[in-house]
Design a protein around this ligand. Structure first.
Ligand SMILES: Cc1ncc(COP(=O)(O)O)c(C=O)c1O
Length: 458
């Protein structure tokens, strides 16, 4: 299929506007594979490099300004460089950023997290990866069992235990009721994966099958309560209640991976489902841009962590920089009022995506959850990874993304399986500008382009 001239012109214009990124990429790619430090930042034909972020704005290396709705994959619900964070961090730098011994303010932050996210005890780490890795170990240590159920299409960080069935193609994904246990790439240990079982997201029967087959062997079920590595997928509340009951029946630890969702509603996803997991992992937004993650949960389980008990350690864990940032972010920045405003803006964006693309004759399915939302170019609902692979028009998504970028908007994190995040620093004008630009690009997205080969136009 030929690319329409106007769409081709958008891709050409994108390359013209990002010449400096191309230059940086060409210098960097022989030193750093694909010119990036995280595979999710690699873009074809080259990644876009940035050097500054302020409030709701971000600036690339060519000096282009964008209203940022990626917000560092949801890290920056506080917005870029919030003044309250700048103040506390400047003070902290003068007082030392790593002390080696435990930092006295962990008590304050642990209290804030206990009250806000309904957990009895917490341990701090730095990244989401560490939090899910430790949560699994804690569940295994507590239950004295090894098997862990995860779901097709969910991502829990770059460690071997859960780098399975993250984003396989349709052939590799396997059966809807019995997804395949496909490693996310070469190098993922077969031994690590031997104890992982894979179920279909939102489908309780596929979980029941695994419980029936391994009644006494399952330590934990880990899931994103709202899947945010497949756009935004909100499973039925009934699914979550039945999952809770199943875990109770079999003595299995239910882990909510709230690395993303802890920044979407004031109390995280538990607020929406009314289901309390045994353990929770949180990261990204909770420290306003500084590396902080939390493993929290029931006292009976968490108190098994300790010397000569379940291991948990890390040189940078609860460093004062991250703890101070966490306190200010959760206490003073991500307040109920500020989050409510961001949530309202995000639901306006969901409505705008639905209306504008429908009016332009583009099949569209848009879903919001708190401060985030996603657009799928699909004529039906997307409820799991199979649906995404079958129904999402990836080609249209890239026309949308590139055309929005050309008009000064980063509409979502880069990738059709990602979502936008509205921060507490986005203004009504930012949202209006996004809507104006959507009106402008809808006619381009309506044009016929190949479904899968999203980068053909480059
Ligand atoms: C749900 C979820 N869990 C865990 C992680 C891993 O977090 P990190 O990249 O901080 O290691 C991510 C990252 O995107 C995530 O989305």
């Amino acid at each position: 299929m030929d690319i329409p001239n106007e769409v081709q012109a958008e891709f050409n214009s994108f390359l013209k506007r990002t010449k400096r990124s191309n230059e940086i990429f060409n210098k960097t790619k022989d030193l750093v594979p694909y010119g990036v430090s995280s595979n999710y930042r690699a873009l074809e034909p080259y990644p876009i490099y940035f050097n500054r972020g302020v409030g709701s704005r971000i600036y690339d290396s060519d000096g282009n300004e964008y209203i940022d709705f990626n917000m560092a994959f949801g890290v920056l619900v506080a917005g870029h460089n919030h003044p309250k964070l700048v103040e506390i961090i400047e003070e902290r730098i003068r007082n030392g950023v790593v002390l080696g011994f435990e930092y006295e303010r962990i008590y304050e932050l642990a209290n804030i997290i206990r009250d806000r996210f309904n957990v009895d005890m917490v341990r701090f780490s730095s990244t989401g990866l560490e939090a899910t890795l430790h949560a699994i170990r804690i569940a295994r240590g507590y239950t004295q069992r090894d098997k862990v159920i995860k779901f097709l299409g969910t991502y829990h960080g770059s460690h071997d235990f859960l780098l399975v069935a993250t984003k396989p193609n349709l052939y590799a994904a396997g059966n809807r009721k019995r997804p395949s246990k496909v490693p996310s790439g070469p190098g993922v240990s077969k031994a690590a994966l031997s104890e992982i079982l894979v179920a279909q997201y939102g489908d309780i029967e596929s979980v029941e099958l695994l419980f029936a087959e391994h009644p006494d062997e399952i330590a934990a079920v880990i899931l994103e309560p709202v899947a945010m590595n497949m756009g935004v997928i909100i499973p039925p509340k009934e699914f979550m209640h039945r999952l809770r009951a199943l875990c109770d029946d079999y003595g299995v630890v239910l882990i909510f991976d709230e690395v993303k969702t802890s920044g979407k509603l004031f109390h995280g996803a538990e607020e929406y489902f009314g289901v309390k997991p045994d353990l929770k992992t949180m990261a990204k937004a909770i420290a306003g841009g500084y590396p902080l993650s939390v493993i929290g949960g029931r006292k009976e389980i968490m108190s098994e962590v300790g010397p000569d008990k379940i291991p948990h350690a890390g040189t940078f864990n609860s460093n004062p920089l991250s703890i101070d940032a966490g306190i200010v972010t959760l206490r003073d920045i991500l307040t109920r009022d500020a989050m409510d405003r961001a949530i309202k803006y995000s639901s306006e964006l969901v409505k705008a995506h639905r209306e504008i693309f429908t009016d332009a004759g583009v099949p569209v399915y848009s879903v919001g959850f708190g401060t985030s939302g996603a657009v799928f170019f699909s004529d039906r609902e997307i409820n799991n990874w199979h649906d995404f692979l079958l129904y999402e028009h990836t080609g249209k998504w890239w026309v949308y993304f590139v055309s929005m970028m050309n008009r000064g908007i980063i509409p979502t994190a880069p990738g059709p399986d990602e979502q936008w995040t509205v921060s507490v620093q986005h203004s009504e004008e930012d949202v209006e500008r996004m809507v104006d630009v959507l009106n402008d690009v809808a006619r381009l997205v309506a044009m016929d382009v190949p479904k899968m080969k999203n980068i053909e136009a480059f």
